[in-house]
Design a protein around this ligand. Structure first.
Ligand SMILES: *[C@@H]1O[C@H](CO)[C@@H](O)[C@H](O)[C@H]1NC(C)=O
Ligand SMILES: *[C@@H]1O[C@H](CO)[C@@H](O)[C@H](O)[C@H]1NC(C)=O
Length: 439
C-alpha cells in the first residue's frame, strides 16, 4: 500500500496506510489502554460526582426530552453503557451562551467543528475562531469523538458565540470491553477467525479492525447524520453548514468570505456542490489570482446545504461498505463519483483556513505530548486575511480533470468488519426510523 501516486487533495490529509509493524502495534495497544483507563477513571469520577452540579447534569428544560432507548431497540445498536447514555442525554442540552448572544442572525451559517483528542491543537483553533469576524452571529457546534475532559474544558471556556457540544455516544472510545470498542474475543491483526475462534471480518488486505482507527470514519458519519437530521438546532437548517476540524486554523475573514461564496455560488457556479475555505491541495495557500476557483471538493473548511446532504445520505450503503477507514477518501472514491458528474466546490483565490496538524491522527493520539510539533503553530495572518477578499465581479476558473481518488479505487482497507459496516448504516437510519426500512 503506497499512496504517492495520488497527488493533490489526497496527500494533504496526512493519510497513512494502516499500522502493521509490531512496534506500531505495541504503541497502539498502549494508547488504547491509556484511553480505556481514562474513560474508566472518568466513569468513577462521574459516579462520585453525581450529587454536586457536575457538567453532566442536564438542564431542567422539558423541551429537550429525549428517548435514547428508541433507536437502540429498533436498530440493534450496541448496548449502551452508562457513559454512552449520559453522552446521548447531554447531546440534547441547549447551546451555551444564549444569555450573551440571545439571537442567531437570520441567515447565519452554522459551524461544526469535529474533534478527537488533541487539546493543544484545539486551543489554536478556538483562538483563531475567536478572531473570526461575524462569529458571534452564528452557532458553533463541537462534535467530540467520545469524551475527553481536557477537550470539553476548552470548549466550555468559549464566550465568543453560542456553542453546543455533542459527543458521539457510540464512539469506540466510550466502550471499554465491547464493540465498538475492543472486545476480548475480537480477532487481531491477520488472525484467522476460524482457527482462532475469534470475532471479526478482515479487510481486503487481511487485517482485522482496529477500533481506534475506525473511530474516525464512524465519528464523521455519526456527526453528519446527527447535525443534519438529528439535532433540534440544525435539522431544519436550510442554509449551508460549514465543517472544520481540530487542526484547521481559521482566518478572520473566513466567515464573511464564506457568506460571499455561498451567495455567489448559484449564479457563478451552478455545478458547484459546495464552497471551500481552502484549496483542495492543503499545501497551497491559493493562487492569488483575481478570480474565483472551482475545483474538487477539499476536506478543509467545506460547506454545503441540505440538498447536497440528502444526496450524500442516499449513498449510505456506498459510504458504509467501502473498505477504507478514511471518510474523505471514501467520499472521493465512492460517493461523489456516484453523483454522475464532477463535484466542484467554489473557493476564493486566497485561503481562509489552513490545515496545520503534522502528526496525523493515527500516531501518538492520546499519549500526552507524543506528537506535538515543536514550537507550536505559526500561521501568518496578513491584513488581506482580515477582510473579505473575494470580489463579486470575478470570473470563475475551473480546474478540470484534477488527479486524485476516483471511482474504481478499492480503498486503503481498515474497514472490512461487518459490525462496523452495520453500525455505520444504522447511523444513517437512526433519525429516519419510519422511512428507511429499505435502506
Ligand atoms: C420512548 O420510547 C418508548 C418505546 O419506544 C415509547 O413507548 C415512549 O412513549 C417514548 N417516550 C417518549 C417521551 O417519547
Ligand atoms: C443547495 O446547493 C445545491 C448545490 O449548489 C443547489 O443546487 C441547491 O439549489 C441548493 N439548495 C437550496 C435549498 O438552496
Amino acid at each position: 500500500m503506497g499512496q504517492s501516486q495520488f497527488g493533490d487533495c489526497a496527500m494533504a490529509s496526512n493519510k497513512k496506510p494502516r499500522l502493521k509493524d509490531k512496534p506500531a502495534l505495541r504503541r497502539f495497544l498502549l494508547v488504547v489502554s491509556i484511553t480505556l483507563l481514562g474513560v474508566f477513571l472518568l466513569i468513577i469520577h462521574m459516579g462520585k460526582d453525581s450529587r454536586s452540579k457536575s457538567s453532566f447534569e442536564l438542564d431542567e428544560d422539558s423541551s429537550y426530552k429525549f428517548n435514547y432507548s428508541q433507536f437502540g431497540e429498533e436498530l440493534n445498536l450496541p448496548k449502551q453503557n452508562t457513559l454512552s447514555i449520559e453522552l446521548e442525554k447531554r447531546n440534547q442540552m441547549p447551546p451555551r451562551n444564549r444569555d450573551l448572544y440571545p439571537r442567531l442572525a437570520k441567515d447565519h451559517t452554522t459551524i461544526v467543528l469535529y474533534v478527537h483528542n488533541r487539546p493543544r491543537y484545539l486551543k489554536v483553533v478556538v483562538e483563531s475562531l475567536s478572531r473570526v469576524v461575524g462569529i458571534s452571529e452564528t452557532l458553533l457546534i463541537v462534535s467530540h469523538d467520545g469524551y475527553f475532559e481536557e477537550m470539553n474544558e476548552i470548549i466550555e471556556s468559549i464566550r465568543f458565540c453560542q456553542v453546543k457540544q455533542i459527543f458521539a455516544p457510540y464512539s469506540p472510545h466510550v466502550f471499554l470491553d465491547s464493540f465498538p470498542g475492543v472486545s476480548p474475543k475480537d480477532c487481531k491483526d491477520k488472525d484467522d477467525a476460524e482457527k482462532k475462534h475469534c470475532n471479526g471480518t478482515p479487510d481486503q488486505y487481511g487485517n482485522h479492525r482496529s477500533p481506534k482507527i475506525v473511530s474516525l470514519k464512524h465519528h464523521w458519519w455519526w456527526m453528519m447524520n446527527t447535525v443534519w437530521d438529528g439535532l433540534q438546532e440544525t435539522r431544519e437548517d436550510s442554509n449551508h453548514i460549514l465543517f472544520i476540524e481540530e487542526d484547521h486554523f481559521i482566518y478572520p475573514n473566513a466567515y464573511r468570505n464564506l457568506q460571499m461564496l455561498t451567495a455567489l455560488k448559484p449564479k457563478k457556479c451552478p455545478d458547484c456542490y459546495a464552497a471551500n475555505l481552502a484549496p483542495c491541495d492543503v499545501n497551497s495557500r491559493g493562487e492569488g489570482w483575481d478570480s474565483l476557483v472551482a475545483e474538487r471538493m477539499g476536506n478543509v473548511g467545506y460547506a454545503f446545504n441540505r440538498t447536497v446532504w440528502r444526496k450524500i445520505h442516499k449513498k449510505a450503503r456506498e459510504f458504509c461498505f467501502f473498505d477504507d477507514y478514511n471518510w474523505d477518501i471514501t467520499m472521493w472514491a465512492t460517493v461523489y463519483p456516484s453523483f454522475g458528474g464532477p463535484v466542484y466546490s467554489l473557493r476564493g483565490p486566497r485561503t481562509s483556513a489552513v490545515h496545520f496538524g503534522k502528526c496525523g491522527l493515527h500516531q501518538g493520539q492520546g499519549v500526552k505530548n507524543a506528537c506535538i510539533d515543536n514550537g507550536g503553530v505559526k500561521i501568518e495572518v496578513d491584513k488581506i486575511d482580515k477582510v473579505v477578499n473575494i470580489k463579486p465581479e470575478w470570473e470563475v476558473r475551473v480546474f478540470e480533470n484534477q488527479p486524485g481518488y476516483k471511482a474504481g479505487f478499492k480503498g486503503w482497507g481498515g474497514w472490512g468488519d461487518e459490525r462496523d459496516r452495520q453500525l455505520c448504516l444504522n447511523f444513517a437510519r437512526m433519525y429516519h426510523l419510519e422511512d428507511t426500512a429499505s435502506m
